[in-house]
Design a protein around this ligand. Structure first.
Ligand SMILES: C[S@@+](CC[C@H](N)C(=O)[O-])C[C@H]1O[C@@H](n2cnc3c(N)ncnc32)[C@H](O)[C@@H]1O
Length: 373
């Protein structure tokens, strides 16, 4: 049995009857569960609550949506202008989630949730369309296989299941670990592709404290049980940084391991990250002060911030560093006077002259367009 077939079989069984060994205790917002059918709450195979990061008006994509619990919770939070898409590859899970779609639409006052069939490591390929194509063009030989591949490429380019830059928030609850190791980098690149510039990611998953040895990875029960496919705790963050995300953080970390196998601890975590809002960096005279407690910190793009110093930043980074993603870590200091701006041309670690950010007085050594000193 391959990893993929073990995952398909395990979650088909999980859609038909509750699999208690797949359930990890999670502290959900109970007020969001009140609207949900009991069957959806019972067939919960998540390990965290990424719905906490949903904002009104968001387009949310849930990777490996299972019974639809996170989608139906998110649907309450996105409100009238928002939309939620759940992707799953398993027909039985999709049928379970869709079974309550009408009932939930009535309770919410509109149908804000859609469940689509696909693999999360290939979000451009619509598996419903693949099945329709195969019914008309069965693959009987190698030449048919080449034809299928060409058709798939055309589909990805012309009718992607999830379009580029189309999602405000990607969430996932205990699914990334189930994707084959050789597909994990592509999976995270796909997440990056579909998130809008400036968009967010909140993923609850399982990580290991040590490298998982091959014999555990080859065990279909351990893999499909959300254990041996887990990335090691530092690899999980690094995979997102490598794909181009910034502000990558562990927002939740369960001290208590969920499972211990051969001495390796497997625990639930939630990571958050942001896709940079484009590359345009304009110097309009902004500064930030890093509050501490460390003497200096570096962001995911290599910029250094010294504690207590007015650090020169471009407008894009000012908005980012003073956003929710960085909590209260930085004090934002807007330029005293509105400036047209010039292309950013400062080395990391450049300080902003105090005069530039107070009373509108510019020292000679700073350009009036907002130069760095
Ligand atoms: C552990 S369950 C989690 C379900 C749901 N997120 C929850 O919180 O209850 C994993 C789900 O991901 C789906 N899944 C696993 N691998 C997948 C993949 N590569 N592409 C799409 N769905 C996948 C499974 O079919 C199953 O519904």
């Amino acid at each position: 049995m391959t990893i993929e077939t073990s995952v398909l079989e395990r979650y088909s069984a999980g859609a038909h009857s509750v699999q208690t060994e797949l359930c990890c205790p999670v502290d959900y917002d109970r007020s969001l569960l009140e609207l949900l059918p009991q069957e959806i709450i019972a067939k919960d195979y998540g390990c965290g609550d990424p719905s906490r990061y949903v904002k009104a008006g968001d387009v949310v994509l849930d990777l490996g949506s299972g019974s639809g619990k996170i989608c139906y919770m998110a649907a309450q939070l996105v409100g009238d202008g928002g939309k939620v898409i759940g992707v799953d590859m398993n027909d039985d899970m999709l049928a379970l989630a869709r079974k309550y779609q009408g009932e939930m639409a009535e309770k919410l006052g509109e149908d804000r949730v859609e469940f689509v069939k696909g693999q999360i490591q290939d979000l451009a390929l619509d598996w419903a369309a693949v099945n329709a194509y195969l019914a008309e063009h069965p693959v009987k030989n190698a030449e048919d296989m080449l034809g299928l591949r060409a058709w798939q490429e055309h589909q990805r380019a012309t009718a992607p299941l999830i379009k580029d830059n189309s999602v405000d928030l990607v969430v996932s609850n205990c699914v990334l670990n189930l994707v084959h190791d050789s597909d994990k980098a592509q999976l995270i690149r796909e997440i990056f592709r579909v998130v809008k510039p400036g968009g967010r990611v909140a993923v609850s998953d399982i990580v290991s404290d040590e490298t998982v040895p091959g014999h555990l990875k080859q065990d279909p029960q351990l893999w499909s049980g959300c254990i041996s496919g887990a990335l090691q705790e530092h690899e999980f963050l690094e995979a997102f940084i490598k794909a181009g995300f910034i502000a990558v953080s562990y927002d939740k970390w369960e001290n208590q391991a969920w499972q211990v196998v051969e001495g390796i601890e497997f625990r639930a975590v939630t990571i958050t990250a942001i896709k940079p809002a484009g590359n345009t960096c304009t110097d309009k005279g902004h500064a930030v002060i890093y509050r501490g407690p460390y003497s200096e910190v570096y962001d995911d793009e290599g910029h250094v911030y010294y504690r207590g110093q007015r650090m020169a930043v471009c407008e894009r980074n000012y908005q980012l560093l003073t956003s929710d993603a960085y909590g209260d870590d930085f004090i934002g200091i807007a330029p005293a006077q509105e400036q047209a701006g010039i292309p950013w041309d400062c080395a990391t670690g450049t300080l902003r002259a105090v005069a530039e950010t107070k009373g509108g007085v510019h020292e000679d050594k700073c350009s009036p367009g907002g130069g760095c000193c």
